[in-house]
Structure formats: structure tokens, C-alpha cells
Design a protein around this ligand. Structure first.
Ligand code: PLI
Length: 458
């Protein structure tokens, strides 16, 4: 049978108008923003690929669900619906809502990390590592080496390297490792998946060493899609089944619902152990809100419950990742260096190879993101040395192997034509790459500096 290309499994009911700015307007806007795309006003942006977080388009069912919000302070109907949905689709019994993912990371880190502990993970994420450090822990990267190599074609660059994990246990002892945090579809590695084979092995390792297995499930459905495509024994399984299996072999989950689950705000901490749940409930009232809303409105919990059911639909996820691949393949055909394999939520440009004349301490990826905005009004994000921040003890810059610009595709928002324009813009910037100058800080915040830092051209 001939294979047919996919189309979006939805049609458009409402649109938001956007407009193209002039080169002069963009020049002024990016200068005012200190060459940091986070500091641009959204109305000055044409195609917004800053992030896939909280920017997805909700369905008519989600919007209808918003009207059924039960805004009681305690025991909202929508909380119970959300908790049941999480148990049905993700397996976790107890849910503590939070205002977004980092709220869950905060509570989890406070619950489980003591001063001097080590927390291994499959590559760092900015807010995750910061909360671990603020709780007195030290993050240790145990991802496979291939994850740090933008051109490796390893199908599961999110996998954990057990030699690294065992070396850590030998050095510090399992008693000082409260948990390992594994992300599905590792963001900083380029949206790269972990395999179920690796996860099952990790489950046994955690049981053997009495270490908890925490799942950053922010992009679990996208990870499940890659498992279905690349792991032979799962090719007949549905995304829903694979997502459930991933979740059910982990102990605790942190979730930023703003990504996979397609809501504009929200997150949760979920688990199976009633004693841990009690601890989490005691903390959520201090930092987020009562344990049945935790910083979310009733209507948002309803939209989240519906978003979860939509996120594991096979047609949805095929089109979602398909759109990312469509953009990535256009860039590959034009010879633009990108991280391969193409990730689940974004295409990552390799700024090291695009701008070899800019040393890493002059922030090539930051400069490239600013240049792309200037070219066309397409907003992207730096994921390199600026995002990596400084070592908490030496104060030196972390110098990651990956110096990337992320073109992040919001879910159900843009069309293939927007992807075409984006690809053309990147190609045009690449043609004049040698004109792009490096940057230096004019303001450097102490933590999570990438959000608010300001720069000037060198
Ligand atoms: O932005 P939050 O607080 O809802 O979630 C934090 C967070 C945790 N884990 C992972 C893997 C993330 O990607 C994440 C947030 N990511 C953002 C905002 C992004 O633009 O990728």
C-alpha cells in the first residue's frame, strides 16, 4: 500500500492575527531587549519559536471544559477529574497540583534532598538543577556520551549510561543519592528520547540500590512516539500504552503541563507512595496553595485533564513530531548544521558549526538567536553557555559541548507555511554568518541568567 503523508488532525476555528515588522523596527527592538530574545515584546515577533511551553493551542473541548471550572477553594470537582485522568493515563495514584513544572521540582527537591546529596540525571535542565542545588544537592550528568555530540545518530540519546551511574555510587555511596531524575525526550540534548529498554534496566538498578526513580514527564508523549518508531517490540503499541508503561515503571513524576498536555499554565507532582504524598501535601500548602488546587484554577485543571487525553492520541503526536521533522529536514537539505536525529519538540541549530569564528565565551548561540530575529522576526532561544550558567562552587561558566539555538514548535499553532518561512530565514542568516558578531554581558543575573541577561555586540 502506498504511504500517505500526514495532515494536522484538526481544523482551525479561531485565529490570532500576527504582523511582520520592518528591519528597522527589529533592529531597535533587539537592541532594547539587550540582544536577549526573552526580553522582546511578543507583539514585535512574527513567528514565535521561543518555546513550546504554555503556548500550545487548546482544543474546543478544552475551552468548553474551562466553562465547567469549579472554583471552590477546597475539593474542586476538576481536581478529582484531573487526578483520575492522571491515574488512568499516567498510572500515578496521588497528584499534587502546582502552578507549573518548577513548582513541582521545588517541592520534590525540598522533600528528598539533604545537604551534600548527589542527584544524577540524563542531562541537566535549568530549573530542575537549580532546585536541586538550592536544596543542598549536586547534579551529576549520567547521560550517554552521544547526547553531547550534535552529529551522533544514536536513536536514544536520552539513555542513561550505567557506567557513569555506577562510578557515582562508588564515589559517594548510594546513601547519598536520594533519587535519579530521568527526563523523557531530553530537552537540553535536543529533544532526544530515552528507550524503554534503558528505563527497565534503570528500574532494576534503582531497586538494587534503593534509589527512587523520578520521571520528568514534561514531554513523555513525544518520547513514546520515538519508542514506537525506533524500538522494535513497541511498534504495534499505541502511544497511550507506551506512555502508561513509561510512567508505571517510575516512582514519582514532575510535570510541566504547559508542554505535552497543551494547557497555558499548570503542572503537578505525582506519585504512588502515600507517605511521600503526605509530605508533598505538607509542603504544597506553604509554597503553592491547598493540595486540591496548588496554584491552579479549577478551570485550568479541567483543561489539563482534557489535554492529557488529547496528547496521547496517535494521530496528534504523529503530526506534532512530523511538523518538527518537516522543518528539520528542510534545513538539513540546505546544509544547515542541526542536532540529529531531529528532536520531538524543536529543531536545534548548531551554533558552533554555523559561527566557528565566535568563541564560546562570546556566546555564539545567543548571537545567532538575535541575528535570526533581526533577519525575519522569527524568535528562537539560546541553549548553550548562557543557559548552562556557572558552577555553584567555582563560579566558572559551565562550558557545554552543545552550543545551540532552539527553534521550538508550539503544539497545534503554526502551519507548514510558517515552517517554510522559518527555514528560509535560517538559510538567509547562514549565508551571511561571518558578519555576525559575538556578544558580552552588560547585565548577568545570579541564577537562571538566560531569562533576563542583557548583552551588547563585541
Ligand atoms: O516551565 P515550567 O516551570 O512549567 O517547567 C520547567 C521544566 C521542567 N522540565 C523540563 C524538561 C522543561 O522543559 C521545563 C520547562 N521548559 C521550558 C520553559 C522550555 O522552554 O523548554
Amino acid at each position: 500500500m502506498a504511504t500517505r503523508s500526514w495532515a494536522e488532525p484538526y481544523k482551525i476555528k479561531a485565529v490570532e492575527l500576527i504582523k511582520l515588522t520592518t528591519p528597522e523596527q527589529r533592529k531597535e527592538a533587539i537592541r532594547e531587549a539587550g540582544y536577549n530574545t526573552f526580553l522582546l515584546r511578543s507583539e514585535d515577533v512574527y513567528i514565535d519559536l521561543l518555546t513550546d511551553s504554555g503556548v500550545g493551542a487548546m482544543s474546543d473541548r478544552q475551552w468548553a471544559g474551562m466553562m465547567t471550572g469549579d472554583e471552590a477553594y477546597a475539593g474542586s470537582r476538576n481536581f478529582y477529574r484531573m487526578q483520575e485522568t492522571i491515574e488512568t493515563y499516567y498510572s500515578y495514584k496521588y497528584t499534587v497540583p502546582t502552578h507549573q513544572g518548577r513548582g513541582a521540582e521545588h517541592i520534590l527537591s525540598k522533600m528528598l534532598i539533604s545537604d551534600g546529596d548527589y542527584v544524577p540525571g540524563n542531562m541537566y535542565f535549568t530549573t530542575t538543577r537549580l532546585h536541586q542545588e538550592l536544596a543542598g544537592g549536586t547534579f551529576v550528568d549520567v547521560i550517554v556520551d552521544e547526547a553531547h555530540d550534535p552529529v551522533s545518530d544514536h536513536p536514544f540519546k536520552g539513555n542513561v549510561d550505567f557506567a557513569k551511574l555506577n562510578a557515582l555510587v562508588e564515589k559517594v555511596g548510594a546513601d547519598h543519592i536520594p533519587y535519579i531524575c530521568v527526563a523523557t525526550c531530553v530537552n537540553m540534548a535536543g529533544g532526544q528520547p530515552i528507550s524503554l529498554a534503558n528505563l527497565h534496566e534503570l528500574r532494576s538498578w534503582c531497586d538494587q540500590h534503593k534509589v527512587l526513580l523520578v520521571h520528568d514527564m514534561t514531554r513523555v508523549a513525544e518520547n513514546a512516539y520515538f519508542i514506537q518508531q525506533r524500538e522494535e517490540q513497541y511498534k504495534e503499541k499505541s502511544i497511550r500504552e507506551i506512555v502508561f508503561e513509561i510512567c508505571s515503571i517510575t516512582d514519582i513524576a514532575t510535570m510541566s503541563s504547559k508542554k505535552d498536555a497543551m494547557v497555558n499554565i499548570g503542572g503537578f507532582l505525582a506519585m504512588n507512595d502515600p507517605a511521600l504524598y503526605e509530605q508533598a501535601c505538607a509542603l504544597v500548602v506553604v509554597y503553592e496553595g491547598l493540595h486540591t488546587y496548588g496554584g491552579m484554577a479549577g478551570r485550568d485543571m479541567e483543561a489539563l485533564a482534557i489535554g492529557i487525553t488529547e496528547s496521547v492520541d496517535d494521530d496528534h503526536i504523529r503530526a506534532r513530531v512530523g511538523q518538527v521533522e518537516y522543518l528539520g529536514e528542510q534545513l538539513q537539505r540546505a546544509g544547515i548544521p542541526i542536532v540529529t536525529p531531529i528532536g520531538g519538540h524543536a529543531v536545534f541549530l548548531d551554533a558552533r558549526r554555523l559561527l566557528p569564528h565566535i568563541p564560546q565565551d562570546r556566546f555564539p548561540a545567543q548571537a545567532l538567536a538575535a541575528a535570526l530575529y533581526l533577519e525575519s522576526g522569527v524568535r528562537s532561544m539560546e541553549r548553550g553557555v548562557v543557559s548552562a550558567g556557572r558552577d555553584k562552587t567555582t563560579g566558572e561558566n559551565h562550558m557545554p559541548e552543545l552550543e545551540l539555538v532552539r527553534l521550538t514548535i508550539p503544539r497545534r499553532v503554526y502551519t507548514q507555511a510558517h515552517m517554510d518561512v522559518t527555514a528560509e530565514s535560517v538559510i538567509q542568516v547562514a549565508e551571511r554568518a561571518e558578519e555576525i558578531q559575538g556578544l558580552r554581558f552588560t547585565y548577568e543575573p545570579e541564577v537562571l541568567r538566560f531569562f533576563q541577561a542583557r548583552f551588547e555586540p563585541v
